[in-house]
Design a protein. Structure first.
Ligand SMILES: [Ca+2]
Ligand SMILES: [Ca+2]
Ligand SMILES: [Ca+2]
Length: 172
C-alpha cells in the first residue's frame, strides 16, 4: 500500500473542483490520462458504485484509497496477461487470463465476449473494458452459483428469477 500523503496528493489532483470528493467526471478524466482514452464511462460508474460506501454518489479520500488499490491490482493483472505488451488483451491472452481465474469456457463463448467488449474493433480488449468484462463475469457467476445449489453447473429458474438475476448484475 503506498503512503497516505502521496495518495492524498493524487486525490487532490483528481478532485479538480476541490470539493473534497471525486465525482464521475473527475474520475473519468483522471483515468483517461493513461493509454485508455476515453475511459469507458460504464466502467467508471461501476467502480464508483462499488466503492461509494456512504452512498453520496461521489468518492471521498477514504473510499479513494480502496478504489486506487482496486485499479492498481487490475492494472497489474491486465499487464501480466498482456504477454506481448501491446497495451491490450487479445483472444488468446483473454483465454489464458480467464483460465487462470478458474473459468472453463468454450471457444464460442470467447468469440461472443470478444465481440461484445472489443469496443474499438481492434480484435483486442482495452483495460477499461477488461475490468468491466471481469466484474460482470464475476457477478453473473456468483448469481448463477446462488441458484446452483448442488453445484452441478445447471440451474432451473423461473422467468422472473431470471429477470431479477440479470437486472441485479447489470444495473449499477
Ligand atoms: Ca470534486
Ligand atoms: Ca461516497
Ligand atoms: Ca496483448
Amino acid at each position: 500500500m503506498p503512503n497516505q500523503g502521496w495518495l492524498y496528493d493524487i486525490f487532490r489532483r483528481v478532485d479538480r473542483d476541490g470539493s473534497g470528493a471525486i465525482n464521475t467526471n473527475e474520475l473519468q478524466s483522471a483515468l483517461s490520462n493513461g493509454t485508455w482514452k476515453p475511459f469507458n464511462p460504464e466502467t467508471v460508474r461501476l467502480m464508483i458504485g462499488m466503492f461509494d460506501r456512504d452512498h453520496t454518489g461521489t468518492i471521498n479520500f477514504q473510499e479513494f484509497q480502496q478504489l486506487w488499490k482496486y485499479v492498481t491490482d487490475w492494472l497489474n493483472c491486465f499487464r501480466s496477461f498482456d504477454r506481448d505488451n501491446s497495451g491490450n488483451i487479445d483472444k488468446s491472452e483473454l483465454q489464458s487470463a480467464l483460465t487462470t481465474f478458474g473459468y472453463r469456457l468454450s471457444e464460442n463463448f470467447y468469440n461472443i465476449v470478444m465481440r461484445k467488449f472489443d469496443r474499438n474493433n481492434q480484435n483486442s480488449i482495452n483495460f477499461d473494458d477488461f475490468i468491466q468484462l471481469c466484474v460482470t463475469l464475476q457477478q453473473l457467476t456468483s448469481a448463477f452459483r446462488y441458484h446452483d445449489t448442488d453445484q452441478d453447473g445447471w440451474i432451473r429458474i423461473s422467468y422472473e428469477e431470471f429477470l431479477i438475476l440479470v437486472f441485479n448484475v447489470t444495473s449499477h
